[in-house]
Design a binder for this molecule. Sequence first.
Ligand code: PLP
Length: 391
Amino acid sequence: MDGFPITYAERISTLPPYLFAAIDDMKQKAIAQGVDIINLGIGDPDLPTPAPIIERLKQAAEDPKHHQYPSYDGMLTFRTAVARWYQRRFGVTLDPASEVLTLIGSKEGIGHIPLAFLNADDVALVPSPGYPVYPVAASFAGGIPYPMPLLKQNGFLPDFDAIPKDIAQKAKLMFLNSPNNPTSVVADKEFFKKAIAFAKGHQIIICHDAAYSEIYYDGLRPASFLETEGAMDVGVEFHSLSKTFNMTGWRIGFAAGRKEVIAGLGKVKSNIDSGVFQAIQEAGITALESDDQLTDGLRHIYQARRDVLVPGLKKLGLELENPTAAFYVWISVPPGFTSASFTAHLLEKMGIVTTPGNGFGDPGEGYIRMTVTTSKERLTEAVERMQKINW
Ligand SMILES: *Cc1c(COP(=O)(O)O)cnc(C)c1O
C-alpha cells in the first residue's frame, strides 16, 4: 500500500472502543456461529415510531420550504412545542426563544456542551457508571472528567460530600442523569436540591440528562430537574424524542434551561452543524403535542416486559432492584464472576447478549445491565435459558 502512515490524535487513540461497538463484535461472532441470539444489550426501542408522527414527516417532507438549511437554534414552532410540553408535563415555564435549543439528538448536545464551557484542565464531574458520552466529551474539549461513583450504599446516586474540595473548585460542569442509564435509578427532588446547592456553592453548571423521563412504570412519573427551585439558575436539561416516541433513528432532541448556557451550546453548534431537518422538527411537534396518547401504550409494553424479566431473574437468585423507570435492569453478578466473565458466560452458554457494568465506568464492576427492548416472548425465553444453566 502506498502512502504515509496515518496516526490518530491522542484524543481518539487513547479511547477504548465505543462500548456498544465492542459488544456488537461479540454478538456478530456468535451469530456467524449460528447461535440464536437474544439481545438484551442495547437500549434502542424495538417498536416502530407511532404512525401520526410518520404521517407528519411525509407531509412536511413534500414542502419545499423545509428543503433549505434550517435555523441554527431550531424552528421557533418546535421550541414553542417544547415549552408547552414542559408546562404541561412538569409545570415549568420556559421562554422558547432563549431557553430552548433544538438538538440533533441529545447525544449531540451532550457531546458538544463541554466545548462551550471547559478550558484546558477544567473538571467535569460525571456519574460512574454512566453514559460514556459524558467523560469522552469532557476529554475531547481538553477537560478532565472526574467520576462520581454511583454506589449501592448511596442508592446509586452521586455523593457530593465525597468530592474532594480541590476537585470541586476546578469543576466547571457536572453531568447528572435521572432516570439513570445504566442503573434505572430515579432521583427525587431532595437529591436535585442538594445538587443545586452544591453547584451554586462551587459555581458549577449542571447538565441533567433526562432522556428517560417518559419511560416510567407503575404510574410513578419522574421529576424534571428544572422543577426544583433554583435549577434554572444553575443549568440545563437534555431531552430527547428518541426513547419517548421510538425515534432513535430520527435524530431529534433538545436542551432547555438557563439562557446563557443554552446560548453557549448554540454558539458551538452554529460553528459545527446546521441544525435539524425541519420536516423532522414538524414531526417532533406532532409527537410533543400528543405525548400521552402515544406514550401510554409504550409504557405498558415496557412495564409488562419488566414484569417478566425482573421476577424471572429474582427467582434465579440474582440480586437486583425492581426498576421504576428506563429500560434497564442493573444486576449484581453472582459470586465468582466479574462483569466481563458473567457477560461472556451468558453469551457463550446461553446466547444472551448483555452489557458488562464496568464498561460504564470502574464502579460498575460487579454488575451487568439488561434491557427490556425485546419482546415478552424473547425475555421469557431468556429467563428459561438461564434456568437451565447452572452457575
Ligand atoms: C439514549 C440516551 C441518550 C441519547 O439519545 P439521543 O438519541 O441522542 O437523543 C442520552 N442519554 C442517555 C443516558 C441515553 O441512554
